[in-house]
Design a protein around this ligand. Structure first.
Ligand SMILES: Cc1ncc(COP(=O)(O)O)c(C=O)c1O
Length: 457
């Protein structure tokens, strides 16, 4: 396994302890909220890892978070109810250290993380080349009153690897980048309506959450993935008001060629802009995303997540004539060109130039899926299946309560799986021992789940 040596050195590997629920944990709010690497810094010395609060183990971080942070976690998918499907679930919610594919909770227990920070980390946590590049950028001043030369350098490198990227503008989050793409498309076309398929972040233009004005909602028409009649209907209804068709080109499966071709043709014939949201597919399916794989080139695209291996960076890229509309509107953020994340992206690009990262993500994801599938078959459980694509796969439970219990039991055995969404393969999962640990944790958790259910009958 070629990448193992980059990730596993110096790790403290403790078996997870089976914690009984504390009173504080069981009294958590019942409130259901909205749906929805390399040199490990862990040391063997027994001393507190640097940066970790001295009394981290003694603190109920969830209680403190819930008291002060409105939803308990600033990232929606990291709320306890999002992690486990139940606000009173028992499982880790906070970490103090992350390295490779392993994270350490405040009590010092180590877990294999199959979720990889919502797909924002594809190499591994604290990956050494990325870390060194970031530290260099810290040391040379991560921001200044002028733009960093790194901004130009990374723009040129994205231009070289992403088919539609004749021009590039950086932002910090995925939601910002897709909002920018929509602003550019509206400016370019002089139109307002957007037809979209997928999740594009929390901003107003595509959201129907509370607080979004009805007038704004009325400008966005959501259509299902891979549904040509729905796409045609929505696009033709908008007609000469259609500014953009924006799609997540790949979700749990590849799209049909016909759907992508329909999106391309409709946008062209109606004078609208086609946008690919490559937040999860970029630097994962291929470096240049779905467009590099399919040969279908959108007018604009957005990238982020794995592009900077967890450092905050996103980009809107696209054809020159469309991107130049950015000059006629206003898209700017104080820290958009902040250079630590740009340096991290440079190290990620170095990785992609030196080895076939995406091939490893596919083969590793395949091994992870096979391991969990084997655990499901061996346990004899029904109502659970593995789905999705190799580098971004998911577990499907027919019963949500069983899913919660499985996630709790798997966490007790040292593996964190994603509830109702993607597990993301990383280079750091690429070793046989890790895959075997994932299989045995899944297997033991499923067997215990069945035994508990049989005990209740
Ligand atoms: C396809 C897609 N677009 C946009 C976003 C929003 O990105 P961010 O959460 O960085 O704002 C996400 C986040 O999961 C995403 O998956």
């Amino acid at each position: 396994m070629p990448f193992r040596r980059f990730f596993d050195r110096g790790q403290k590997r403790e078996s997870p302890v089976v914690d009984e629920p504390t009173a504080e944990q069981t009294e958590l709010s019942e409130e259901e909220t909205e749906p929805v690497e390399d040199e490990a810094e862990l040391d063997d010395s027994g001393e507190e890892p640097e940066g970790e609060p001295e009394d981290a183990a003694a603190i109920d971080w969830l209680e403190r978070a819930t008291a002060l942070i409105p939803t308990g976690a600033s990232t929606g998918s990291k709320r306890i109810e999002a992690l486990y499907g139940d606000a009173s679930a028992i499982g880790p919610t906070h970490y103090v250290n992350a390295s490779g594919c392993r994270i350490v909770d405040p009590s010092g227990v180590t877990y294999i993380d199959c979720t990889m920070a919502l797909g924002s980390v594809a190499l591994g946590y604290a990956e050494v080349r990325v870390q060194e590049a970031a530290m260099t950028a810290v040391g040379t001043g991560n921001v200044a009153g002028l733009s960093s030369v790194r901004e130009v350098d990374i723009a040129e490198r994205l231009h070289a690897v992403i088919p539609c990227a004749e021009m590039v503008q950086f932002l910090k989050s995925g939601a910002e980048a897709v909002s920018a793409a929509i602003r550019i498309a509206r400016t370019y076309t002089g139109r307002d309506i957007v037809v979209g398929s997928g999740y594009f972040g929390w901003h107003d233009w595509s959201s129907d959450a509370a607080g979004v004005p009805a007038a704004v909602r009325s400008l966005f028409r959501s259509v299902p993935f891979d549904d040509i009649p729905a796409l045609e209907r929505a696009a033709r209804d908008a007609g000469k008001q259609l500014a953009a068709i924006v799609v997540e080109p790949v979700i749990e499966r590849m799209p049909s060629d016909a759907w992508i071709a329909a999106a391309r043709d409709l946008a062209k014939s109606l004078g609208a802009v086609l946008v690919f949201d490559e937040m999860k597919t970029g630097f994962r399916l291929t470096t240049g995303g779905y467009q590099a794989l399919s040969g279908v080139t959108p007018d604009l695209a957005v990238f982020g997540k794995a592009m900077a291996n967890g450092f905050p960076l996103a980009a809107v890229v696209g054809h020159r004539d469309v991107m130049e509309a950015a000059r006629r509107t206003w898209i700017s953020s104080t820290l958009a060109g902040e250079s630590v994340a740009l340096a991290a992206a440079g190290a990620v690009l170095d990785w992609h130039e030196s080895v076939d990262v995406c091939a490893t993500l596919a083969s590793t994801g395949k091994a992870m899926r096979a391991a969990v599938s084997a655990a499901i078959s061996a346990s004899g459980i029904s109502g659970v299946a593995v789905d999705g694509l190799d580098p971004m796969w998911l577990l499907r439970f027919a019963d949500r309560r069983r899913e919660t219990r499985f996630l709790e039991l798997a966490a007790r055995r040292g593996v964190l799986f994603k509830r109702g969404a993607y597990n993301f393969a990383a280079m750091a999962h690429d070793d046989e021992e890790t895959i075997a640990e994932i299989e045995s944790a899944a297997s033991e958790a499923l067997v215990e789940l069945l035994e508990e259910e049989q005990g209740k009958e």
